[in-house]
Write a protein that binds this ligand. Structure first.
Ligand SMILES: C[S@@+](CC[C@H](N)C(=O)[O-])C[C@H]1O[C@@H](n2cnc3c(N)ncnc32)[C@H](O)[C@@H]1O
Length: 398
């Protein structure tokens, strides 16, 4: 949908979200939530069906993209006007040395020149407020700036990494792409214009927030449709690293902290056990990992899984808080492997929901065709014997 500008793993299709909403929604006023909104598949479907929706994500990139998708694009003339009336003497001070190492100076200068005047004095608060507002429409200058930042993914000095959805910095001597950020920005905006939003229907609200502490009123959500991060150590920050770094710099968000807060990555946040009484499957999984003979099982992996389980329970507690008494939803999730051990990720989610008073059951299981292990050249050999399954869970509170 976004060409090569972005690397997003949507995890379910637009038609899945439409079907799920058609089954779950009973009134057009019902509020839909996706606490892991990514590029906004659920939000797009809710908009198409005329339902109000809220999407949260911890990746600044995802939120910027979702905001662009669901904001009316400025007319070409206004777009060009913002591009041509930009600050002639932009300062590169806002960018960290890490960010600077990812771009040519001219590209960073283009981005800096688009920061609107009101943003110059209070630059960080300005972008932060865009991330945290529930207002959907972006003003023209914010729209053009966010387009340039996302397009910058394609002009950055990076290439495909070992994991198919990650990227890495170019090595010395490796050729870089010769692309003009201004042209890329326009092309990306053109692509966004071709996406249909349903005007007249409530526009989705996309916000930068942690699913473990949702900025959402208690008892306000009717339906939740989402796909949590799987336990495959995917780092969603890295998959769109250049744009994420620029967005972090300009909004004063600490990139490392954000990466640590993301669920399901390689970073262990703390070695605390879950504050919740965890279910039987979670207990036995942790037990198997603790007793596994492979290196680092006790010192690292066990804690990585503890962290995932705790986070999953925290999100379910938040769902319980924000959802109405007749709240219901659907979840898509794939299982994974720890060495030779199959990890039933859906069972972790199911137990966490049941622990918080939801009813939850598996409604579908399908074989995953193009899973990460298969796509990764390094893991092909390792992954061929392993079939992964994708599960659809349905849950309700009543
Ligand atoms: C499997 S993807 C969901 C993709 C989404 N369905 C779509 O249409 O693009 C999981 C998402 O969870 C986000 N995420 C990871 N940890 C999070 C957290 N603690 N709070 C909110 N979002 C988080 C990631 O940035 C990623 O976008």
């Amino acid at each position: 949908m976004f060409g090569h500008f972005v690397s997003v793993y949507a995890s379910f299709s637009h038609s899945f979200a439409i079907d799920a909403l058609n089954i779950l929604a009973t009134k057009r006023s019902e509020i839909v939530l996706d606490p892991y909104a990514g590029a906004g598949t659920t939000l797009g479907a809710a908009n198409e069906l005329g339902l109000p929706s809220i999407g949260l994500d911890l990746s600044p990139f995802s939120v910027a993209l979702a905001k662009l998708r669901f904001s009316t694009a400025p007319h070409q003339n206004s777009f060009d006007k913002v591009l041509s009336s930009r600050n002639p003497n932009p300062s590169l001070n806002a960018f960290s040395s890490e960010t600077a190492s990812l771009f040519n100076d001219s590209d960073l200068a283009l981005i800096a020149s688009l920061i609107p005047k009101e943003g110059m004095d209070q630059q960080r608060n300005w972008l932060r407020s865009i991330f945290s507002t529930s207002e959907s429409q972006l003003d023209d200058s914010a729209y053009v700036l966010l387009c340039a930042i996302i397009a910058a993914n394609k002009s950055a000095k990076v290439t495909t990494g070992s994991n198919p959805v990650w990227i890495r910095k170019l090595l010395a001597g490796e050729p870089s792409r010769d692309t003009k950020l201004e042209i890329l920005t326009n092309t990306f905006a053109e692509m966004l214009r071709s996406l249909n939003i349903r005007h007249g229907a409530p526009l989705p609200q996309a916000r930068l927030a942690d699913a473990r502490s949702m900025p959402i009123e208690t008892d306000s959500v009717d339906i939740a449709i989402f796909s949590p991060p799987y336990l495959n150590r995917l780092d969603y920050f890295v998959s769109n690293y250049p744009a994420n770094m620029v967005l972090c710099d300009l909004s004063g968000i600490d990139a490392e902290t954000t990466r640590k807060e993301m669920i399901g990555t390689t970073k262990i946040v703390s070695k605390d056990v879950s504050p919740y009484p965890i279910g039987e499957y979670c207990k036995s999984l942790l037990n198997e990992i603790w007793n596994h003979s492979s290196k680092a099982s006790k010192s690292y992996y066990y804690w990585n899984y503890v962290d995932y389980i705790r986070s999953t329970y925290e999100v379910s507690a938040e769902l319980r808080r924000v959802m109405k008494a007749n709240g219901r939803g659907a979840i898509v999730i794939q299982d994974s492997f720890y060495k030779e051990l199959r990890v039933l990720t859906h069972q972790i989610v199911l137990e966490s929901l049941v622990a918080h008073g939801f009813r939850c059951n598996v409604t579908r299981r399908e074989t995953v065709k193009g899973h990460m292990g298969r796509m990764s050249p390094r893991q092909t050999k390792y992954a061929t014997e392993k079939t992964l399954y994708e599960y659809v869970l349905e849950f309700s509170y009543s």
